[in-house]
Design a binder for this molecule. Structure first.
Ligand code: PLP
Length: 508
C-alpha cells in the first residue's frame, strides 16, 4: 500500500497542470516552448516539495516490491507526454522516496541539497560537458581548480594540496591508495601484482572504526583484503598510535611492506577523530603515505573555531572530504586533496592518439588523474554554493548543527533513562535508552536493552515523523542522531526527542 500522503503533492501539481497534453515530436528534442513550460512547472513543483516536505513521511512507508509492482515491465513503444510522466512522479515515485531533504532526517550522516546546488546541477545537465581533456571542458577544468583552491583556503589547508573532484569518498580514497602504491616504485602499474615472486605483501593500516570504503578500495586495487591491517581504538573510538607503530614494526620484521596509513577524522559510527598529529611521525619514520578520511567531518573545518579538527593534516599526503555530506551539495561530489598529483598522474594517465592535444603539457586534464575518461561538471554546483552562502554562511550552518547536537546530547545526559555512548565532537549523537530493567545477569540486561533500543528506533521511524539509524558500540546497540540537513532547526530536534520519550513510555 502506498502512502496516501502523495496526495499532498498530487493536489499541488494538479492545480498547475495545463489541460493540453503534447506528444513528443517524431524527431529532435522537446520544443523550446514546451521546455520552458515544463521547466517552470518543475521548478514550482520543487519549491512546493520543499515547502511541504514536513507533511511527507521521512522514511518511505512502503514494502519491498511495491513500486516495481506498479511499473510496466516493458518500455513504452510510443513517447508519452510530460504531463503523464510528471503525474507518475507524484503518484509512484514520491511515495517510494525516503526524503533525505526532510529536516527530520537524522539517520546515517544526515546531508542535504540546497537551492544553489540544485541550480548548478540543472545547468550542468544542460551543458552536459565531458570533462576529460582541458579542451573538451575548459570551464569545468579551470573552475574545478579555482573552486577547490577556495575550499582549501576555507578549510585552512596549505597550498601544497591540490584538489581533484571524484564522485564519492570511496572512489577518492581508492585513488589516494593507488597513488600511494605508485610511490613504492615496484612497477605495479606496468607489471601488476599477480604472479610476482619479487613483491612482498603490501600493507595498509586503518583503525577498526575506519569506513568500509577503505577495504573496498584495497580489494578493487587487487591488493587483497589481507593487505589491510585493522588497528585497535581507544575508549573514545580513536586509533591507538602505539598499536599502529607496533603493527608496522611487526609487519616489517615479517618481510611485509607497509606503505599507507588511513586515519579518519569523523568516523562513521561515532565521528571520532584519530590522533593525526601522533600518526604523522610514525608515517614519516617509515616513509609511508598518510591518507586522511575526513569525508564527513572535514567540512567542519570551514568553521574557524573547529579548524583544529584537521590538526596534523598539514603533514598528510592526501585528504578526502565530501561536500555532498556536509556542505549542502547535491550528491555527488567528493574532493581529494593530494600533495603528489604527479604520482596520481603516473598511476592513471594513459593518452591514446585520439586524445592527444597540442596544449596537453600546459594544462590539467581530468582523465589523467583517475579511472574515468569523461567526468561530470561537478565544480559548477560547489562554486555556486560557495558564492551564494559565502564562507561565513557555510560556517554558520555547520556551527548551528553542532550546537543542536550538543543540545540534544545535554538532554540525553540530564535524563536518567538515556545515556550517551560516545563523545560528540561534531553534529552526531550516539546514545541509547537505559531505563531500569529487571534482569538476572548483566548479559540479560544488555540483551533486553538492545531489543528495547531497536524497538524504539523502529517505532520512531514507523511514525514517518523522523528517521534515525543505529550502530553497535562496545557490542551494544546504539542509536545515532545525525544533524546535517540545511532545514533542520531546534524545533525538529525537540520533536524527535519528544518522539523518543513517547516511544520509551509506550515500550516500558
Ligand atoms: N568515509 C567515511 C568516514 C564515511 O562516513 C563515508 C560514508 O558515510 C564514506 C567514507 C563513504 O562515502 P561515499 O558514499 O562518498 O563513498
Amino acid at each position: 500500500m502506498l502512502s496516501p500522503q502523495y496526495e499532498i503533492l498530487t493536489s499541488m501539481s494538479d492545480s498547475e497542470t495545463s489541460a493540453c497534453e503534447v506528444a513528443p515530436p517524431a524527431t529532435g528534442d522537446m520544443s523550446p516552448e514546451e521546455f520552458r513550460r515544463f521547466g517552470h512547472e518543475i521548478v514550482d513543483w520543487i519549491a512546493n516539495y520543499f515547502e511541504h516536505i514536513e507533511e511527507l513521511p521521512v522514511l518511505a512507508q512502503i514494502q519491498p516490491g511495491d513500486l516495481k509492482a506498479q511499473l510496466p515491465s516493458s518500455p513504452p513503444e510510443h513517447g508519452e507526454s510530460m504531463e503523464t510522466i510528471l503525474a507518475d512522479i507524484d503518484k509512484l515515485i514520491v511515495p517510494a522516496l525516503t526524503h533525505w531533504s526532510h529536516p527530520s532526517f537524522f539517520a546515517y550522516f544526515a546531508t542535504s541539497t540546497s537551492a544553489p546546488g540544485i541550480f548548478g546541477e540543472l545547468l550542468s545537465a544542460a551543458f552536459d560537458v565531458k570533462s576529460m581533456l582541458w579542451r573538451t571542458s575548459p570551464a569545468s577544468t579551470e573552475l574545478e581548480e579555482v573552486t577547490l583552491d577556495w575550499l582549501r583556503q576555507m578549510l585552512g589547508l596549505d597550498a601544497g594540496f591540490s584538489g581533484f573532484i571524484y564522485d564519492t569518498a570511496s572512489v577518492s580514497s581508492m585513488h589516494a591508495i593507488a597513488a600511494a602504491r605508485e610511490g613504492v616504485e615496484m612497477r605495479i602499474r606496468e607489471e601488476g601484482m599477480s604472479g610476482r615472486k619479487d613483491l612482498p605483501l603490501l600493507r595498509v593500516y586503518a583503525s577498526e572504526q575506519a569506513h568500509s570504503s577503505i577495504e573496498k578500495g584495497i580489494i578493487t586495487l587487487g591488493l587483497g583484503q589481507r593487505s589491510l591491517r585493522k588497528i585497535p581504538t581507544d575508549s573514545q573510538f580513536r586509533m591507538d598510535p602505539q598499536a599502529l607503530a607496533e603493527a608496522i614494526d611487526e609487519d616489517k620484521r615479517n618481510g611485509m611492506l607497509p606503505f599507507c596509513v588511513v586515519a579518519t577524522v569523523g568516523t562513521t559510527s561515532t565521528s571520532s577523530i584519530d590522533p593525526v598529529p601522533d600518526i604523522v611521525p610514525i608515517c614519516e619514520k617509515h616513509t609511508m603515505w598518510l591518507h586522511v578520511d575526513a569525508a564527513y567531518a572535514g567540512s567542519a573545518a570551514v568553521v574557524p573555531e573547529l579548524r583544529h579538527v584537521l590538526a596534523g593534516c598539514e603533514r598528510a599526503d592526501s585528504l578526502v572530504l565530501n561536500p555532498h555530506k556536509w556542505l549542502f551539495t547535491p550528491f555527488d561530489l567528493s574532493v581529494l586533496y593530494c600533495r603528489h598529483l604527479a604520482l596520481l598522474h603516473r598511476a592513471f594517465s594513459l593518452v591514446p592518439e585520439y586524445l592527444r592535444t597540442p596544449e596537453q603539457e600546459k594544462v590539467r586534464s581530468g582523465s589523467d588523474y583517475g579511472v574515468q575518461l569523461g567526468r561530470r561538471f561537478r565544480a559548477l554546483k560547489l562554486w555556486m554554493i560557495i558564492r551564494y552562502f559565502g564562507h561565513e554562511g557555510l560556517a554558520a550552518r555547520i556551527r548551528e548543527h553542532c550546537r543542536l547536537a550538543k543540545l540534544f546530547a545535554d538532554w540525553v545526559e540530564q535524563s536518567e533513562d538515556w545515556e550517551l555512548m560516545a563523545p560528540v565532537p561534531f553534529a552526531l549523537v550516539c546514545f541509547r535508552a537505559c531505563p531500569a530493567i529487571e534482569a538476572k545477569t548483566e548479559a540479560e540486561r544488555d540483551k533486553k536493552l538492545d531489543a528495547l533500543n531497536e524497538a524504539l528506533m523502529h517505532g520512531v521511524n514507523a511514525t514517518g515523523k523522523a528517521f534515525l539509524s543505529h550502530t553497535r558500540l562496545n557490542d551494544q546497540l546504539t542509536l545515532r542522531l545525525s544533524i546535517g540537513n540545511i532545514r533542520t532547526t531546534e524545533r525538529h530536534v525537540r520533536e524527535v526527542w519528544e518522539l523518543l520519550e513517547e516511544q520509551l513510555r509506550l515500550l516500558s
